[in-house]
Design a binder for this molecule. Sequence first.
Ligand code: PAF
Length: 281
Amino acid sequence: MQTLQDAPALRAAIRSWRSKGQTVGFVPTLGNLHAGHQSLIKLARARTDRVVASVFVNPTQFAPGEDFERYPRTLAQDQAALADEECDLLFTPDVATLYPYGAENSVMLHVPQITDTLEGAHRPGHFDGVATVVCKLFNLVQPDLAIFGQKDFQQLKVIERMVSDLSLPVRVMAAPTMRADDGLALSSRNQYLSTAERARAPMIHDTLLKMRELLAKGHTWRVLEQVATAQLIRGGFEPDYVVIRRAEDLAEPAEGEQAGLIALIAARLGSTRLIDNLLFD
Ligand code: PAF
């Protein structure tokens, strides 16, 4: 696997593959890779001739006071993990490559509507940063296929909408959330948890399962949101949101609506913010 930092070198590698008629799969990441990221590489490996991953801790998607500075940077470990999955190329741009006029002076994309709620409401500007960097990376890598984990469900919807609205020639694919044996969704941020918090963290997934079970028994989604929120607070979490939404557009379902729903939770445990979701179909 080659690791490239420069845009011209990346473009040359992609051009040479394209000249042989090869297809390109792409997995953008913030780095500190775990088995969830490796599963995305595997999916790309099975579908395209060449696989590119990127590691870039994108400053524009972190709000002031978030964990940009302490976000784990583990390049050597990431290179080894990607090489194990037979990734062809790792792109590790610096800030000047992706933001030639500086991150604060960059053209920024805003994807409306779907970003007004949930993560968008709790992390102002976050999705502008995500959409902008993903669009820039798509322009550089020009992949046929890009794969994103379903754990960041709203992010996936934002990227789908951006790709569709800007007519970008890339297919976006969702990959299932990878979980630890006790149900906790894999995330680089799990390592911020203390031992005691780590033991409690699977309660988020347990709560999602309970919500699905109770909805199937005929409880209304509004009641379920209240019950689940109270349960998480009793468990020592500080929820930002515990909601049931339409998976298609994250809008509130109508009363009695049952099909095509998703439960989404964001909650703090100590200083760590965890998110997870569960599709009900
Ligand atoms: O989900 C992530 O890892 C990031 O938000 C992404 C898509 C790589 C953009 O920086």
